[in-house]
Design a protein around this ligand. Structure first.
Ligand code: HEM
Length: 174
């Protein structure tokens, strides 16, 4: 088994784009728009919908990962690095689910489903700073950014230092 299943490969790259866009837009656009700006509702709507799409695709990914055959664990040439690689992958899954979970909790506490999707007309709170899950959402975002950076470094280390063509495992082909 040389490669991941093509469905898993598709989900990996689709989720890469969606998660990075959500992280960048969340930190640089959404959280910078004051809650009394009328554009905030639309920005929240987009963010919440994309968060849900990420959740559904992540669940699909976990299921496809369980039921398809995987290539053997990549060898980084060092037992500690090999363990770190396995842990980092679990952590990436956990952090993404943590983002979705803390986002949904923030939204529910702030009553966003009604305000954003049912146009209830109720004003948004002045900000979300008093909502504990919002604090976690911001912290997990920073850890996720760092883990994605390490993940890319790891892949490049395999590809160009160990020259083991690791990237081809996460691409299509025979
Ligand atoms: C993987 C999925 C998600 C990612 C990557 C993501 C990313 C982010 C980021 C980076 C921020 C800004 C954090 C900061 O700078 O402190 C943010 C804010 C926020 N997100 Fe998410 N998010 C996700 C899912 C969700 C979901 C599912 C919901 C709700 C259903 C949600 C609701 C919010 C809310 C309400 C804010 C606060 C905006 C503000 O402070 O004005 N997020 N998100």
């Amino acid at each position: 088994m040389k490669r991941y299943h093509p469905i898993l490969v598709s989900l990996h790259w689709l989720l890469t784009v969606l998660i990075i866009v959500a992280l960048l837009m969340g930190s640089n656009i959404l959280s910078q728009i004051p809650n009394d700006n009328p554009e905030k509702l639309f920005a929240l709507k987009l963010h919440m919908i994309s968060g849900f799409i990420i959740l559904i695709l992540m669940i699909a990914r976990v299921i496809v990962r369980k039921v398809t055959q995987k290539p053997p664990q990549a060898d980084a040439g060092n037992a500690i690095l090999n363990k770190a690689g396995i842990t980092a992958h679990y952590l990436l899954y956990l952090l993404v689910f943590g983002m979705v979970g803390s986002g949904i909790a923030t939204a529910l506490i702030a009553g966003l489903p009604d305000i954003v999707f049912n146009n209830s007309g109720v004003a948004l709170p002045e900000n979300f700073n008093d909502i504990l899950p919002r604090l976690f959402h911001g912290i997990i975002a920073k850890i996720l950014f760092a883990m994605i950076f390490l993940h890319v470094l790891g892949a490049l280390y395999h590809q160009f230092v160990r020259k083991d063509s690791l990237l081809s495992r996460m691409w299509f082909g025979k």
